[in-house]
Each structure stands twice: as structure tokens, then as C-alpha cells.
Design a protein. Sequence first.
Length: 275
Amino acid sequence: MLSRLSVLLRTSHPIPCVAVTGLAKALVAVAGKPPAQCLLAAAAVLAGQLSIGWSNDLIDASRDRTAGRTDKPLAVRPELTGLVRRALAVAVLLAALLSLGLGWRAALLHAVTVAGGWAYNLGLKATPASALAYFVAFGALPAMATSVTPDPRMAPAWAMLAAGLVGVAAHFGNVLPDLPDDLAAGVLGLPQRLGTRGSVLAAVGALLLAAGIVDVQVGSRHPVFTALGSAAVLGLALAALLSAVRRPRSQVAFLATMAAAAVDVAILAVNHGLG
């Protein structure tokens, strides 16, 4: 049982799964929704992210096996493919049902986020438009947060743009550790085409541009906190840059990107950017 649970955990891509779930929950809270709705949104997003993670490993299982990827559970233990497929079906069902509890608008926007992840897994990741999936998926999160009942409304366009740019940065940071393996397997998404240096610069640029958009739109309401937050984002961007250059197979670049996203959400919260 523990072995099966370990496979389910590892194939879910737990770090991105938890990071995106936490970001979505924070955005719903910043939008001023009740605690119960925040928890329901977190559960719905968690189910959706689990489905994305499990589908990724299921779709890539054959290629990972051929490449000898011992870090991929289904490449080592193909007999557990059925287990992951069943978990995937449950996750998709739960994501749909839980999302409907947030209202049809939020459910539709959450479907956009999940569809972006699935589109990436199904082939977009091997094209120059790979970052588009992340841009759309992350960009829909502020709109989903503000569309949650009660009092559903559309998020401002600048918030969705900033979130989309954070998604682009997350894409580059998430792919960097697997860049050599992807190239060997013939996966030529945008990060693989740009290489390590180009991907790092693109990630940092997207991250700083997102922070700049947030600062310009709401930063003047509490300038001191905004300035401190902006300095933190800059520091995290530099940490991502240094980590990606020195240890490209580390997850630090992705974690620094998500930490910068959390700082942006804090700036939004203090300045009532979505409330």
C-alpha cells in the first residue's frame, strides 16, 4: 500500500501541484471570498492539478521507459499504470464536481486552467507555443478567484496578464531540471529551443514584468509595503537566475518563481487589488 501511495504521490508532480493550489487559494482569499469557498476552491484546484500531473506521467510513460528514466515511477513499474489511470479518473470527476460548488463562472474558468495543463501534456509542450499553455492556465486563476460565488465578477485584465506572465516564468523554471532529458527525447518546446541561458532570462524577465504590472496598477495605495515586496521579488528573481545557472537540475528556480508569485499576491492583498 505504501509503495502504491508513493507512486501516486511522485507521479502527481507534488511540488507544482501544491504550489498552484496554494496560489489559487490565496487569490480567492484576496478576492474577499468566505473561508468555506476558499477551502472549496483549494480542493477543486488540487483535484485539477492532480489530474494534470497524473496525465503527464501516463502520456509520457512509454517514452520515459524507452529513455530509461529511472526517476519516473511508471517507467520503472509499468504494472501500476492502471492504478494511476483510476486515480486520474477520480481526480477529473472531483475537479468538475467541486468546481461547480464555486458557481458556473468559476467552474468554467477552472476548466480553462485544467485544459491548459492537459493541452500542454497532450503535445503543446513539444512545440514553440509551449509557454502558451502556462500563460492561459495561470492567467485564468485571478478570474476564477473573483468569479467564485457569492458576488461573482470578472478580474481586471492586468491581473490576468500578470498571472499569465508568472505562469510563463513557472514554465521555464519547471522545465529547466529536465532540459537535457527532454532534448534527448526530442521534446522541443520553447525552453528547449532557447536553452538554459535563454530560458533563465525569459523566466526572470516574465517574473519582473508581472511584478511591475502589479506595482503600477495598485502599488501606490501602500507604497512602503509595495516597495518592500518589489525588492523581495527582485531578490527571488536573482536567486532563480543564479540557481538555474549554477544548478540547472535543481527545483530552486521553480520554487523561487512561485515564492515571487506569493509576494505579488501579498501586494495585491495589502493594496486590495482584487477585493
